[in-house]
Design a protein around this ligand. Structure first.
Ligand code: ZN
Length: 276
């Protein structure tokens, strides 16, 4: 046990005093968080679908009978070992090392060689690089902790939004709380009253504009932008909204699909502007 504490202490000393060690540590931690993000992105929508099925059954027990509801339920929780989606095999620890396993397996399932989506690798890489960026900004430990949390949450939001067009309060609420804590600990340039008033004002403004049909935002989008407003203030969040609208319009033009959802990336840009 002594050895453990000594090693941990030495490691901490190394990380605090050696900037190279700090970057390596950020890279590894980021990759691991990215790996966890992949798990959440994969499982959370299934869990939400389960809740919806249960609600449906409880509200309309005759239309959706218990046996049919049970058949629709996916077997998921946030705990437990991961199973390959392609062939239902347990993912071994050595196949679960962030970034490295993906490259080692050349992006294929270890059991059935099905191609694994590159977004697993992308999320791990993006989170690793963002963690390095945050460390290089020279934030203190508390700021680093909250910035990493909010970055991870936004990356989850972006993933789930793009894949499922879903922006559940299970994600926007924690972002809001993180924003409140960041204001509380003076990690941003905004006071609590400024943040809260901006958020409420923006919420009212967006809701009115939405009911009048003047903007194309989902309820989740509104909640998300209001949540980040607490930490970045109304001015910044309006520019984020403008940027996000512009970029989603551009992407829609390029891809010729009905635009709206590339927005989650806009938030991203914003968080880094105020982080810097
Ligand atoms: Zn497989």
């Amino acid at each position: 046990m002594d050895l453990f504490f000594n090693t941990a202490f030495d490691l901490y000393q190394l990380i605090t005093h050696n900037s190279f060690a700090r970057v390596v540590f950020a890279l590894l931690t980021g990759a691991m968080i990215g790996s966890f993000i992949n798990v959440v992105v994969y499982r959370l929508p299934q869990m939400l679908k389960n809740y919806a099925v249960i609600d449906m059954h409880l509200m309309h027990p005759t239309e959706l009978t218990e046996s049919r509801a049970r058949a629709l339920l996916a077997d998921v929780g946030l705990g437990g070992r991961s199973i390959t989606p392609c062939c239902d095999n347990r993912i071994k620890a050595r196949h679960n090392i962030p970034i490295i396993s993906y490259l080692f397996l050349r992006g294929r399932c270890a059991y059935c060689s099905t191609l694994i989506s590159s977004r697993y690798l992308i999320n791990e890489l993006v989170m690793a690089l963002l963690c390095v960026l945050l460390v290089m900004l020279g934030l203190n430990n508390l700021a680093l902790f909250f910035m990493t949390s909010i970055t991870a949450l936004l990356l989850i939001v972006a993933n789930i939004d793009i894949r499922y067009r879903l922006l559940p309060p299970h994600l926007t609420m924690p972002i809001g709380f993180t924003a409140i804590l960041m204001v509380h600990y003076d990690l941003v340039l905004i006071t609590m009253s400024q943040g809260i008033i901006s958020a409420i004002a923006l919420y009212i403004f967006l809701t009115v504009a939405k009911t009048k049909g003047q903007i194309l935002l989902g309820q989740g989008d509104v909640e998300l932008i209001v949540a980040v407003t607490i930490a970045i203030g109304a001015q910044m969040s309006l520019s984020v909204l403008a940027l996000a609208t512009l970029s989603s319009w551009l992407v829609a033009k390029i891809r010729r699909v009905e635009g709206k959802k590339e927005r989650a990336f806009g938030q991203y840009i914003s968080v880094f502007t105020f982080g810097a």
